[in-house]
Design a binder for this molecule. Structure first.
Ligand SMILES: [Fe+2]
Ligand SMILES: [Fe+2]
Length: 137
């Protein structure tokens, strides 16, 4: 997972957190590839999950502070993701390596699509560039 400027939502703090998520995903990938996953995977996954949840909370707070009209559906997308990831993770514990790769792929794909299609929308609103919701032009 390489960061690219096309993923930028144009809000520094959120870009910083998204970059950190990319870094944690790379650590997860390395842990799977290292073959030592039984030892290192737990802490790596814990870090990734807890940072993801922290990021969601901060992002939702930012949207709330800017009266973002699509806050509820955005929150639901976050909650659904956490639920799916936790379910996949639980299943990966009994199914071994293949499932962990699937889990990694799911998180990576979800994150990319979510940043590009969903997170960028709050940034348009916050920056006052969304003609439908702009209140601070
Ligand atoms: Fe989001
Ligand atoms: Fe985000």
């Amino acid at each position: 997972m390489e960061w690219s400027d096309e993923y930028s939502v144009g809000i520094d703090e959120m870009d910083k957190q998204h970059r950190q998520l990319f870094r944690l995903l790379s650590e997860f990938e390395d842990a799977i590839r290292s073959g030592k996953e039984a030892i290192v995977i737990g802490p790596v996954v814990d870090k990734l999950f807890s940072y993801t949840k922290t990021h969601f909370v901060k992002e939702e707070k930012l949207m709330r502070n800017h009266s973002y009209p699509d806050l509820e559906s955005h929150k639901k997308a976050h909650a659904d993701m956490v639920e799916q990831v936790e379910d996949l993770y639980q299943r990966s514990l009994t199914n071994g390596g293949v499932m962990k790769t699937e889990l990694l792929g799911f998180i990576a794909d979800w994150l990319l699509v979510h940043i590009i299609e969903t997170d960028k929308k709050y940034s348009l609103h916050i920056k006052g560039k969304d003609p439908c919701t702009a209140t601070n032009l």
